[in-house]
Design a protein around this ligand. Structure first.
Ligand code: SF4
Length: 300
């Protein structure tokens, strides 16, 4: 009998697909129950993005108290920062001691897919002593699909990471925003007129996801788009590379060896690798299974 049934039992992938396909009203119902069961008094990670707006509203709908915090990464788009200040003044700010680029120069370490030190220092700070609500969704990337479920124990503290919208799709997010008339950052509408995003949730916009300007976890094309949209941030990053080169070129690293960036020949060579060429290297490293970091926990 067991052998007969095993063929028709849904696999884990089937169950995940069923969760993704569930109608929005059911997802809202389940999310509210989830909040009421696990989230009262939790720490909430709020980035100002669309997913954050949704998880914050769901807590209100569920009638639970959440202590919302914004991690100031210092390189978020100014429009997003203004949106948070204006529309979500109740959110508390975790401000770092130093600007991210200043830290990069100090550490002499350009962040990459395999060196996400700034995620750990800037994006994931706060809430270590509490259960933490985050707006991660598996629909955002296959990598997230492998790593995330509704409840994940933190690997160091054992506290719970609570993911109430982990099975929500992009369309669910935009439909919920429309249903609840939630304000959202104007950047999502670019380059279309304001308010059009909400009417066309499946359209691909230039800024489907918003976060650190120039983040190297994006593709070089997306990074370039950020730099065109916010040229001041491009200057800031570039000047950071020049400062690192000028400060550390010709010196030895902690192991007494020449520094890895010397192979690029100049600050401009290093910059060009970081903005254009690094992807090939990252792809090779990924195939060799050398990824050193967990998927970032912050939502965009
Ligand atoms: S999202 Fe990108 S730029 Fe922002 S902290 Fe993480 S790695 Fe650094």
């Amino acid at each position: 009998m067991e052998a007969l049934l095993s063929g028709i039992e849904p696999s884990e992938a089937d169950l995940v697909q069923m969760a993704l396909d569930m109608p929005l009203d059911k997802k809202i119902e389940k999310a509210i129950l989830f909040y009421q069961t696990y989230c009262d008094g939790a720490y909430g990670a709020f980035s100002g993005g669309k997913d954050s707006c949704v998880i914050k509203q769901l807590a209100i709908d569920a009638g639970v108290e959440v202590d919302w915090h914004y991690n100031n990464v210092t390189i978020d788009p100014p429009e997003l920062v203004r949106f948070i200040k204006k529309v979500h003044p109740d959110v508390k700010w975790n401000n770092p001691k130093k600007h991210l680029i200043t830290r990069m120069i100090e550490k002499c370490c350009a962040p990459t897919m395999f060196r996400r030190w700034c995620c750990a220092e800037y994006k994931e700070q706060g809430g270590a002593d509490s259960n933490k609500i985050i707006g991660v969704r598996i629909a955002e990337s296959p990598r997230r699909a492998k790593l995330w479920q509704q409840i994940v124990p933190h690997r160091k503290t054992g506290k719970l990471i609570l993911c109430p919208i982990v099975y929500w799709t992009d369309r669910d997010i935009w439909e919920f925003i429309k249903l609840r008339h939630l304000p959202y950052s104007e950047i999502y509408d670019e380059p279309f007129p304001k308010g059009t995003r909400i009417e066309n949730p499946s359209l691909k916009y230039d800024f489907d996801r918003i976060g650190c300007v120039g983040c190297p976890l994006q593709t070089p094309a997306q990074q370039q788009q950020d730099f065109e949209r916010w040229p001041r941030f491009k200057d800031m990053w570039y000047r950071g590379f020049v400062s690192m080169w000028n400060k550390y070129h010709g010196t030895l690293n902690a192991k007494g060896k020449p520094r890895g960036f010397e192979k690029y020949g100049s600050a401009d060579g290093w910059w060009s690798w970081w903005t254009i060429d690094r992807k090939q290297e990252e792809a090779k490293e990924r195939t060799r299974g050398q990824c050193m970091f967990d998927e970032m926990m912050g939502q965009r």
